[in-house]
Design a protein around this ligand. Structure first.
Ligand SMILES: C[S@@+](CC[C@H](N)C(=O)[O-])C[C@H]1O[C@@H](n2cnc3c(N)ncnc32)[C@H](O)[C@@H]1O
Length: 459
């Protein structure tokens, strides 16, 4: 393997590079002398409607586009892009700038909603005016009924906030068009995030101190009014960029765009009609959600204000049974690991085996969670590798989280597990993280300051 900017000991190559790999490695190495090229000191929050909701651990659209440009230079016939952990859809919107057919999967209904809004083939151009009408209707609504599925709502919202969010919700439900409602639900989700009693400094649900809640004075309708106008502008800008790139014809995105609400491990047959895909680009969870990034907890309050049927007819309302349920269903969240499963996992990654063996005996929890996560991660690898074409590239952005004060060598483990599943590691980049929103109060992952981009090829 050739590492273009790697600082730590990189995973070794399992096979000789082909001429096409060489084109790709050269395209990436062209920027070796520009430390900012992959790290981007400044960020553009308007890029590709990136700012519609503050989803955790979002990738940077421009970085993903640069990666795509290099891969397409090496394989000009790429037509489809797949992201098995789609999150807020950054990889797919980046692929839309190249008019690719884009497909993604996520287990979290909020991620699916955001991605469906961003990757819509057709959007409503008057969404800014519609949003202003929604605000006007909410302001005119004098009813005081509270309209949420949340059981302990008084813990998470002040009474006047509950009233205004309910008025917004009623106003959104009166809109006829599904994409319009989805766009407005995403805007409402961000409004909930900014006006609830939950702290915005962590992804775990954690109420603000009582005095702070009492002193705080926020109006969800005012916040929503600002956000809806900002989100409408950012959409107009994104669609203009797509038009300029020739990716839109007759006001419709030229390619296909489809997001599945599913567990990647269980989506073997889901994409049968459109697979195999030409390219995969993703950033997976870094470990079990509970001790790394609690995507589910972060989504719990917003989801309790949204009509779940508008996200997908198959959303399981039981996912909101507790604040922990989405995270429990995500990779590494449940089911003990059998001895046989552990043996198979360690056979696929000696680095993981050695790392686990060197962990202190106590607390046992860290070891259990790590092995459970990788058992599930490996199961998802099998499914997704089966869905890409032979010789297609897979671009992974991964971070190294820590357990018991030791950094898990995520990049080396990924590389080994992929090679065990008949893939070749082609190259690796290191990018410094300047802006990514990570859980800053979480000791197990607070050390993350850089991430690795691994490029692999299916053999
Ligand atoms: C690092 S995030 C992706 C963020 C995305 N790259 C972005 O820019 O927004 C990882 C995603 O994996 C999802 N996830 C976790 N377990 C999953 C599973 N078993 N199947 C599908 N998605 C899963 C999480 O819900 C989360 O959205």
């Amino acid at each position: 393997m050739r590492s273009t900017a790697a600082k730590s000991s990189p995973p070794e190559a399992s096979t000789a590079l082909t001429a096409v790999d060489d084109v790709l490695v050269r395209a990436l190495a062209r920027h070796r002398d520009d430390p900012d090229f992959w790290s981007l000191k400044t960020r553009d929050r308007t890029d590709s409607a990136h700012c519609v909701f503050q989803y955790p651990a979002m990738m940077v659209p421009l970085v993903q586009r640069r990666l795509l440009a290099a891969v397409i230079e090496a394989q000009p016939n790429i037509k489809s892009l797949y992201d098995p952990f789609v999150g807020s859809g950054t990889s797919l919107v980046s692929g839309m700038h190249f008019a690719l057919n884009v497909y993604g999967t996520d287990i979290n209904p909020l991620a699916v909603l955001i991605s469906r809004v961003r990757t819509a083939r057709k959007v409503e151009f008057t969404i800014g005016a519609i949003g202003a009408d929604v605000v006007k209707r909410a302001r005119a609504d004098r009813r005081s009924g509270i309209d949420t599925t949340l059981s302990n709502r008084d813990k998470w919202f002040k009474p006047e906030v509950l009233t205004e969010l309910s008025r917004l919700r009623r106003s959104i439900r009166a809109c006829e068009d599904l994409w319009v409602r989805r766009f407005l639900w995403v805007t409402l989700a961000e409004t909930v995030r900014l006006t609830s009693n939950d702290r915005t400094s962590t992804y775990k649900l954690h109420a603000r101190p009582v005095e702070e809640i009492e002193a705080r004075n926020v109006s969800p309708i005012d916040v929503f009014a600002d956000l809806v106008s900002r989100n409408a502008d950012s959409f107009a800008f994104f669609r203009k960029k797509l038009r300029d790139a020739g990716a839109i014809s007759n006001a419709r995105y030229r390619g296909a765009a489809e997001i599945a609400l599913a567990d990647t491990r269980e989506s073997k047959t889901y994409w049968a009609d459109v697979a195999p895909f030409d390219l995969m680009m993703t950033s997976p969870p870094y470990g079990d959600n509970q001790t790394t990034v609690t995507y589910g907890q972060h989504s719990y309050l917003p989801l309790n204000w949204i009509d779940l049927a508008d996200i997908d007819p198959n959303v399981d309302a039981e996912m909101l049974r507790t604040t922990l349920e989405i995270d429990r269903r995500s990779l590494g969240g449940r089911d003990p690991v059998s001895e046989e499963e552990e043996e198979q996992l360690f056979a696929g990654s000696p680095t993981l085996k050695n790392f686990v063996a060197a962990l202190p005996a106590r607390p046992i929890d860290g070891r259990l969670r790590l092995v459970r996560f990788y058992r599930d991660f490996r199961a998802s690898l099998e499914t997704m590798i089966a869905q890409v074409r032979q010789n297609s590239y897979m671009i992974w952005t991964v971070g190294n989280r820590s357990i018991a004060g030791k950094q898990v060598p995520t990049d080396a483990v990924l590389s080994e597990l992929m090679e065990d599943a008949k893939c070749a590691t082609v190259t690796m980049l290191t990018r410094r993280i300047h802006h990514k929103r990570m859980p800053d109060r979480n000791a197990s992952s607070a050390t993350m300051r850089e991430e690795k981009i691994l490029l692999l090829r299916k053999l």
